[in-house]
Design a protein around this ligand. Structure first.
Ligand code: ZN
Length: 109
């Protein structure tokens, strides 16, 4: 069982060439990897081809950093459900900026 990362990676470049041709040259350099915790749920091939620790230039990461803000975003979603689209976007921008700021100032702790 694979997730969106593996599924979208198959035709990603072809789709960008059709739908976003200006961005296609960037996608040619994109390497899709799967976060270490999520990798356990993938096919055996993905454990080699999509593993961050086996991908050149990926460095030492678990790749889970993109997942960590989700609980925070879910709480924000609850408080913004009655807001208009503009106000909702502003609230998400503010809370995401706060998340990024807190992440930066606590790095190395
Ligand atoms: Zn996979």
């Amino acid at each position: 069982m694979c997730d969106k990362g593996c599924q979208y990676d198959v035709n990603l470049l072809a789709r960008f060439k059709v739908q976003f041709p200006d961005l296609a040259p960037l996608i040619e350099h994109l390497v899709v990897v799967i976060n270490k915790l999520h990798l356990q749920g993938h096919k055996e091939d993905c454990h080699i081809v999509k593993a961050p620790q086996l991908t050149k230039g990926c460095g030492r990461t678990d790749g889970e950093g993109v997942e960590r803000p989700w609980p925070h975003s879910n709480e924000t979603a609850k408080i913004t459900q009655d807001q208009n689209p503009g106000h909702r976007k502003d609230t998400f921008d503010d809370t995401n900026a706060d998340w990024n700021y807190r992440k930066q100032v606590t790095m190395g702790e």
